[in-house]
Design a protein around this ligand. Structure first.
Ligand SMILES: [Fe+2]
Length: 295
């Protein structure tokens, strides 16, 4: 345990170096400002599947995070693949224009959790119990745990000039991400809220978006330091092509409603091109899903 920790929580000074506590008093569960932010987030999540916490991370911390990533760029796992919105295999029994059969090119890189060490800013922010409890409250959950995966518990998504992350659904119900570095151009986060639900894939609407239908597409403006809570299992989403020499860095922090959750090897190999022994072990267990949707 580090000296800054007192009974699992941080001193105001150490927490305030990472989070703007004046605007987001996440460490005081009775603070009326915290209560109203939590209520606003819950409302946004119901209405659009996404809540944006503007300038939640301190600018100095965000700059230092970007420097941490710069220093480790030689350690990124870079992969490219053709992927459909479900990150699944092709199904030749379906018509050729079916969304399951539409593959777009993805090329990007990840700086995984195992490339960071204890005390790094990414590690410190991820492990903040105050942040975990705040996110739990915003999601309206009674239990929330740190995602235990040794590679993707937290990570940085790195997108260089010309790279894109095409339309897809997430396997997990929600993600917490932070913009760490904006590119010179492009790299917009776009999503279509609740285009599918646990009962229906709504393939026609998914196909329409992939054909260019923009009616229900929301483009979320994200600035460095913004934190985003996003329900990505039911909302189709993508990052548009990045333009310019400065790469787009996004931090993704994983949380789970179950303790000890680790992803399996096949998904790790697809996204990162490598995995650890813990993922091979997880391959023998069936993933837990709250629905019967394609992944
Ligand atoms: Fe996603």
């Amino acid at each position: 345990m580090t000296t800054e920790l007192i009974h699992g929580t941080h001193s105001k000074e150490s927490l305030g170096a990472l989070i703007d506590l004046t605007r987001y008093p996440i460490d005081d569960s009775n603070h009326p400002v915290r209560t109203s932010i939590v209520e606003s987030c819950r409302r946004q999540l119901v209405e659009t599947g996404c809540a944006r916490l503007e300038c939640c991370l301190n600018p100095e911390a965000v700059l230092a995070m970007a420097n941490e990533v710069d220093e480790r760029l030689a350690l990124v796992d870079r992969t490219a693949d053709w992927q459909n919105p479900y990150l699944s295999d092709d199904d030749e029994s379906l018509p050729s224009d079916h969304p399951v059969r539409r593959f777009h090119y993805r090329k990007n890189a990840f700086l995984c959790r195992d490339r960071f060490v204890e005390g790094d800013l990414m590690d410190r922010i991820f492990l903040l119990m105050e942040l975990l409890k705040f996110v739990r409250d915003c999601l309206g959950l009674t239990q929330l745990y740190h995602y235990a995966d040794p590679m993707s518990g937290y990570l940085i998504n790195v997108q260089d000039d010309g790279e894109t992350f095409p339309w897809h659904f997430d396997t997990n119900e929600f993600t917490i991400s932070a913009m760490v570095q904006k590119p010179e151009g492009g790299g917009a986060f776009e999503y279509v809220p609740a285009i599918r639900n646990s009962e229906s894939e709504n393939y026609d609407a998914v196909a329409a978006v992939m054909d260019g239908e923009r009616g229900n597409v929301i483009a979320l403006p994200l600035e460095p330091g913004d934190l985003q809570i996003f329900k990505g299992r039911y909302s189709l989403h993508r990052v548009t092509e990045v333009k310019g020499q400065r790469p787009r860095y996004t931090a993704i922090f994983g949380y789970s409603e179950q303790p000890g959750v680790i992803s399996n090897a096949s998904r790790k190999l697809k996204l990162f091109g490598r995995c650890l022994d813990a993922h091979l072990e997880a391959e023998t267990h069936r993933p837990v899903r709250a629905d019967n949707l394609r992944d």
